[in-house]
Ligand binder design. Sequence first.
Ligand code: HEC
Length: 121
Amino acid sequence: MREHPTMLRRTRIALLVTSFAGFAAWSAVAYAAKPLELHPKPEVDLPFGDDLSFPEGPGSDVVAANCVTCHSVDHTLNQPALSREEWHKVVDKMITAYKAPISKDDAKTIVDYLSRVKGEP
Ligand code: HEC
C-alpha cells in the first residue's frame, strides 16, 4: 500500500521538528556546561614605570601642571641628566615645536626644577 501524500508530509515535518528540538536541547546543554569565562585582569609593565608624580620640591607643581598634559612624568625623568642649558632647549622645544602653552615665568621655573632634579652631576 502506498502512503497517503499528506501522511508522508506530516511524517517529514514531525521528523524535522524532532531533530530541531533535539539539536536545540543539545546546544542548550552544551552552552550550560561551558563554564563562564571571565577575562583575567591584564598585567602591564609600562616602559617608563608607573610613578605618577614629580619629586616634590620648589616648582614641582608647575612642572606637573605643564608637562604631563602630553606625556608621562617618567617620560621626562627617564631622560639622561642634562645641563641647565640643555633643559632650557628641551622646554623651549616643547613650546615652539609642540606648541605647549607654557608661560615664560613657568618655563624658567621648570628649567630651574629640572636642572636641580635631573641636572648634570
Ligand atoms: C603639547 C604637548 C607637550 C607638552 C605640554 C610637553 N611636551 Fe615634551 N614632548 C612632546 C612631544 C610630542 C615630544 C616628542 C615625542 C616623544 O618623545 O614622546 C616630547 C618629548 C619630550 C622629551 C624627550 C626629548 C626630546 O627633546 O624630544 C622631553 C625630555 C620632554 N618632552 C620634556 C617635556 C617637559 C619638561 C615638558 C614641560 C615643560 C613637556 N615636555 C611638555 C610634547 C609635549
